[in-house]
Design a protein. Structure first.
Ligand SMILES: Nc1ncnc2c1ncn2[C@@H]1O[C@H](COP(=O)(O)OP(=O)(O)O)[C@@H](O)[C@H]1O
Ligand SMILES: [Mg+2]
Length: 265
């Protein structure tokens, strides 16, 4: 592994943080190498992830499927730089994210990755517009610029008529759309979603999946979604099934077409 992934040069870190995204559909944007995460508990350690290795390519819609407790959120947190592996490495654009300092990591989370959570995590006292503006303000964008872009993004997710509404005045599906627009605020190359349809009804969940799919097609973002929602099978380029913290199998589009076809028959 070490010759594939030499220590990151300062230039590579600078490219990761500030460089333009290369529009190469086959480029590996995220690489997890033998990632293990164990949690120390009073009655011993739990291995939430055992030895996960996974490459994710630019523009891919990847679903991480598995039952509750299989390690999806743990993997999500590793890939998103929200938590550190007990052992193993995660590379984003070929940079080992463990090598980033706190400032660089914060920059990565703010600019490179957009996050969507099961419980939306939008700020209840702020309007849709302000929620979507927030990451842009953090990134140093001018307020009027941020406002215009936030309005555009909210229109993109179908909420052009809800700019001034606050989350309590919105349905769950609409709140998740605000979260989607917020995730896109700083033009990330990767959108990470953890059970984005987990709190939505069937129809609203299907709409959200369609929206994520559209983002992959139109904006070329890489979507990585942890889920146990089978509706995701229809739009995924690849599905990684995890069970007890290990990759049980992976299926690509061709395998999925056959399976989805046979499910619908
Ligand atoms: N902070 C934690 N402390 C201890 N155990 C944890 C913690 N987070 C998750 N786990 C355990 O790790 C395993 C995987 O959890 P998780 O990644 O949340 O699964 P999933 O998202 O697939 O439901 C579970 O057995 C869970 O109980
Ligand atoms: Mg989870």
């Amino acid at each position: 592994m070490s010759d594939l992934h030499p220590p990151a040069s300062p230039e590579a870190v600078a490219d990761l943080l500030y460089g333009p995204d290369v529009d190469d559909a086959r480029r590996v944007v995220v690489s997890a190498r033998e990632v293990r995460r164990s949690y120390a508990m009073a009655d011993g350690a739990t291995d939430a992830l055992q030895c996960v290795s996974l490459d994710i390519r630019s523009g891919e819609y990847l679903s991480i499927m598995g039952p509750s407790g299989s390690g999806k959120t743990t993997l999500f947190n590793m890939i998103g730089g929200l938590d550190k592996p007990t052992s193993g490495k995660v590379f984003i654009d070929e940079v080992d994210i463990a090598q980033l300092d706190a400032y660089e990591l914060a920059w990565l989370r703010c600019r490179k990755i957009g996050y969507i959570f099961q419980t939306f995590n939008v700020i209840p006292v702020m309007t849709s517009l302000e929620n979507v503006m927030l990451p842009m303000v953090f990134a140093g964008r001018r307020a009027d610029d941020a406002r215009d872009r936030a309005a555009d993004l909210l229109r993109l997710v179908g909420l052009g008529d809800r700019l001034k509404h606050k989350p309590p005045q919105l349905s769950g599906g609409q709140q998740q759309r605000v979260a989607c627009a917020r995730a896109l605020a700083n033009d990330p190359s990767i959108v990470l979603a953890d059970e984005p349809t987990g709190n939505l009804d069937l129809r609203t969940g299907a709409d959200l999946i369609e929206l994520l799919h559209r983002l992959v097609e139109e904006k070329g973002v890489t979507v990585i979604s942890a889920t146990h929602d089978m509706k995701m099978l229809n739009v995924s380029d690849r599905v990684v099934w995890i069970r007890d913290g290990r990759i049980a199998r992976t299926e690509d589009r061709a395998d999925l077409d056959i399976r989805v076809g046979s499910v619908e028959d």
